[in-house]
Ligand binder design. Structure first.
Ligand code: AMP
Ligand code: ZN
Ligand code: FE
Ligand code: FE
Length: 302
């Protein structure tokens, strides 16, 4: 019997709706044998998920997902796998990323108010905090603002909130400061992890030669892998990413990008296209991480 894993998920530590414990239990309940938690900008859910995974008897990969600078309309997200949940490097990185959000979010709210949608930052913050653990920094994102807009009756759905206001072409869109791709890769490596380009379709590069060029530059900056299987990928996309991974000797990963209720069409372990990721992907990821660590230790000055 083939066993499956999910290597891209979000919890209440960012903009997912299941707590880390609930997420792990759902994964175990769905029959998955491994799970990576990859919350945006924060490792706050990792220790809880790790402890629960040990209880539930499934393999766990502590991860993160961060956005890097990239020209619109595309987005570049980098996944970090096997980051050390208690490393100072993770804390430093997370602080920088959360500051970028703190600078952006009030501008979104102010613009929404100007446009006649009277929500407050506190309302969005309360939504972000629901189910999130006490006293921890919260990752306040556009999905939380969208939910506040729905609850205030400004829009009828989260989708409408993004389409009209919060998406890159929306009336209340503001960018947040991001790390450069190289900084993002460096931060992940400093926190002990492997850096993997998430859902490359979201780069929105139609031309394969151009895509290869972007990936080649990331490889030069230290990229370790490519997320090949993802809810947004069509079969031909995954095929292309597999070929690129082979060409650059990159590890390949896959996951659903499960968020819970904000993305109701994405199921844990299955994604949107019923694509399942065999456990061999987790085995190879783990191997790649062990090799990198071994190499680093060997190269470290005595
Ligand atoms: P932020 O990190 O605050 O910029 O928000 C990014 C989050 O918003 C990610 O989880 C995205 O999946 C989500 N998101 C972006 N665009 C949309 C959209 N059109 N509909 C629903 N969610 C979206
Ligand atoms: Zn998200
Ligand atoms: Fe992403
Ligand atoms: Fe994600």
């Amino acid at each position: 019997m083939i066993q499956y894993v999910d290597l891209h998920t979000h919890s209440t530590a960012s903009d997912g709706t299941l707590t880390p414990t609930q997420l792990v239990n759902s994964a175990a309940g769905a029959g998955l044998v491994g799970l990576a938690l990859t919350d945006h900008d924060s490792g706050n859910g990792l220790l809880e998920a790790q402890a629960q995974a040990a209880k539930a008897g499934i393999r766990f990969v502590p991860g993160i997902e961060i956005s890097a600078e990239y020209p619109h309309p595309g987005t570049m997200h980098i996944l970090g796998f096997y980051i050390d949940p208690v490393s100072p490097a993770l804390k430093r990185m997370s602080d920088i990323l959360l500051e970028g959000r703190d600078n952006r979010n009030p501008r979104i709210i102010a613009r929404l108010n100007e446009l006649g949608c009277n929500i407050t930052l506190q309302q969005a913050r309360d939504i972000a905090r629901r189910g999130s653990q006490d006293g921890r920094a919260i990752v306040l994102g556009r999905p939380h603002i969208a939910q506040a807009m729905v609850e205030a009756g400004c829009v009828s759905s989260v989708k409408q909130a993004f389409d009209v206001y919060l998406g890159t072409t929306g009336a209340a869109y503001f960018d947040k400061e991001r790390l450069t791709p190289r900084q993002a890769l460096d931060c992940i490596h400093q926190a002990g992890g492997l850096a993997v380009l998430a859902h490359p379709v979201q780069l929105r590069i139609a031309n394969p030669a151009e895509l290869q060029n972007v990936i080649s530059n990331l490889v030069d900056a230290g990229l370790d892998g490519i997320e090949v299987w993802h809810s947004d990928h069509r079969p031909q996309d995954s095929q292309l990413f597999l070929e690129l991974a082979r060409r650059y000797n990159l590890v390949t990963t896959g996951g659903s990008d499960f968020h819970g209720t904000p993305k109701p069409d994405i199921a844990l372990g299955l994604g949107r296209n019923n694509v399942r990721v065999p456990v061999e992907y987790l085995d190879r990821l783990e191997q790649a991480w062990i090799s990198r660590r071994t190499k680093q230790t060997a190269e470290a000055p005595a």
